[in-house]
Write a protein that binds this ligand. Structure first.
Ligand SMILES: *[C@@H]1O[C@H](CO)[C@@H](O)[C@H](O)[C@H]1NC(C)=O
Ligand SMILES: *[C@@H]1O[C@H](CO)[C@@H](O)[C@H](O)[C@H]1NC(C)=O
Ligand SMILES: *[C@@H]1O[C@H](CO)[C@@H](O)[C@H](O)[C@H]1NC(C)=O
Length: 384
């Protein structure tokens, strides 16, 4: 957070529309500045929980499911619309690596950290229309079961999830397979994949021509089998995060009207205006972080950038309610105004409410990830 604030200070001094473009334009002149720039970018990556920017080869398409999820969770700027939609702070998607002709799937989960808490894991399969729809079938429903393969030589397997599905339906079917994925993350070598079996209601194996699921081999990418993991990396803090993102009254949107009460004509307030110059009262101002300008647009799908805002302005005596002062700030402001004690400054104009943003991005293995980052946007500013 401090980091972003110092950025705000740096940037607002230079540009009318503040942005991290500053780094590009002003830190490339010499060796030392280049170091500062790369250090700054490294620190910014750390804020996003990464050591290095993921390397993406060519143009990749994010799965529609992840795009839809992102648009449900975040607004156009990436700011969390509803903090209660996701239980954890991360959603990862994986495509099947096996591309088998059989209904067998395997997902490479090497990018999931051991420390990441697996909340839910879902297998998403696209059910295709039955072939030869003209022939009459006596079955209206079938039993679809997902098994975890335990041993390739003995074909031993464990039932994970089973459901009745209308034979003539088409579209996505979702199966919960959380336990299997938890065991795979703990021991990667135990990941032998999944096997899907379709039976009639009587229990006999069904013709796989009739019940077909799209495979990564023969069907369009938009219908590929997919594993979706809902996890939490434990980075979520609750510090200043607001429960209600709509609650952004006071200093959040409009430049402030002058302080409450008529201007005082005392000698002290004159001292004051000399000290503070023409500094405007504490308010929230824009600070646009443009991912394209930072050079991250290759791996970040959404948003293109976001407005982090910054807090700027003076907190002079007397602090009106529109300054959102803490009691502590009010007392400090009074002590300062009365000059009771030397060296006591006026309170500071800082974010008093912070919002989270969401990033939809490609990770090192080119899987699409949705991640929520707390305390990224100043929701409002106050004198503290
Ligand atoms: C960095 O500075 C050193 C000497 O101070 C110089 O020899 C070198 O060429 C510089 N490198 C770049 C990339 O400017
Ligand atoms: C935020 O405001 C919008 C419209 O102003 C409303 O539709 C939405 O329900 C509000 N969200 C919350 C969490 O109150
Ligand atoms: C999984 O992917 C990683 C790279 O992302 C690779 O190093 C590893 O070999 C893969 N594992 C399997 C079983 O394919």
């Amino acid at each position: 957070m401090l980091f972003l604030i110092s950025f705000a200070a740096l940037v607002s001094a230079v540009a009318a529309r503040p942005s991290l473009n500053f780094l590009e334009n002003h830190f490339t002149a010499d060796n030392e500045s280049e170091e500062v720039r790369s250090e700054a970018i490294k620190r910014l990556l750390e804020v996003f929980g990464m050591d290095d920017p993921p390397a993406i080869h060519g143009h990749k398409q994010a799965p529609q499911y992840m795009l839809d999820l992102y648009n449900t969770v975040a607004d156009v700027d990436g700011v969390t619309k509803d903090p209660y939609i996701l239980e954890g702070n991360t959603v990862r998607s994986f495509f099947d690596k096996l591309h088998s002709e059989q209904v067998e799937f395997r997902f490479n989960l090497s990018t999931v950290a051991m420390t990441e808490k697996i909340l839910t894991a879902e297998l998403h399969l696209f059910k295709l229309r039955p072939q030869g729809t003209t022939t009459f079938h006596r079955h209206h429903f079938c039993q679809v079961s997902v098994y975890q393969l335990l041993d390739t030589s003995t074909h031993e397997k464990k039932l994970l999830s089973s459901r009745l599905i209308p034979v003539h339906s088409t579209g996505w079917e979702v199966f919960t397979i959380t336990q299997a994925v938890r065991s795979w993350v703990v021991d990667e070598s135990s990941n032998l994949g999944l096997h899907v079996v379709v039976r009639t209601l009587g229990g006999s194996q069904m013709d796989m021509k009739m019940i077909r699921f799209a495979s990564g081999r023969n069907h369009h990418q938009s219908k590929q089998p997919m594993l979706v993991l809902f996890t939490d990396d434990g980075r979520r803090s609750t510090s200043l995060e607001s429960i209600d993102p709509n609650d952004t009254e006071a200093t959040s949107t409009l430049p402030q009207a002058p302080m409450s009460g008529p201007p005082s004509r005392t000698a002290r307030s004159l001292d004051y205006s000399e000290e503070e110059g023409t500094s405007s009262p504490c308010q929230r101002l824009p600070l646009y972080v443009d991912f394209e300008e930072i050079g991250w647009s290759g791996w970040i799908v959404s948003p293109r950038g976001y407005n982090a805002y910054h807090c700027k302005g003076s907190c002079p005596f007397p602090l009106g309610q529109n300054m959102r002062p803490s009691n502590h700030a009010t007392v400090q402001s009074i002590i300062n105004a009365l000059k009771l004690i030397k060296g006591i400054d006026t309170p500071c104009c800082v974010p008093d409410k912070l919002f989270s943003i969401n990033l939809l991005y490609f990770d090192d293995a080119e899987n699409v990830v949705l991640k929520q980052y707390n305390d990224m946007v100043a929701g409002s500013c106050g004198c503290q």
